[in-house]
Write a protein that binds this ligand. Structure first.
Ligand code: HEC
Length: 123
């Protein structure tokens, strides 16, 4: 197929670069889609759960792991489905959160719960 070694080298090099750019490109996309639980907590949960908030102060270390599990499994929808979203008053808080976002924020709460190895507020 390739009569000249130079053409073959050029062809193979381009092929490698093409494959590499695809692989790299997909990684970038995947990164963009990953939610950061800490960011989510800070920017979305904290809006309503600061120290003197009516809804009560919540940081990851307010609860123990078991209580966070119970919260996300059973209480999240019940307690937030009628709460109006501060950023769009036509929506409720639960409308704004998809499964991936909830998973990320849940992990952040679990990782830094009061009885975890690294209890943490969210800064
Ligand atoms: C728009 C405001 C708002 C946002 C955003 C919000 N909450 Fe709430 N949250 C509330 C209100 C209101 C209650 C109910 C307080 C009550 O019933 O006394 C509540 C209750 C809670 C409770 C107590 C539930 C119970 O009854 O045991 C926890 C824990 C909680 N929120 C955590 C979170 C977390 C985590 C997030 C982000 C994923 C979040 N909240 C986002 C307003 C908000």
């Amino acid at each position: 197929m390739f009569r000249s070694p130079l053409v073959r080298t050029i062809f193979l090099t381009s092929l490698v670069l093409l494959v590499a750019s695809f692989a790299f490109g997909e990684e970038e996309v995947a990164k963009e889609k990953t939610w950061d639980g800490k960011d989510l907590f800070k920017n979305h949960c904290k809006t309503c759960h600061t120290a003197d908030a009516d809804a009560g102060e919540y940081t990851p270390m307010t609860l123990i792991e078991e209580q966070w599990e119970e919260f996300f499994d059973e209480l999240w929808v019940e307690t937030h489905q009628e709460v109006v979203c501060p950023k769009d008053e036509k929506k409720t808080v639960t409308d704004m959160w998809n499964d991936e976002m909830l998973k990320a924020v849940r992990k952040f709460c679990m990782d830094h719960a009061a009885d975890s190895e690294q209890p943490m507020t969210c800064g």
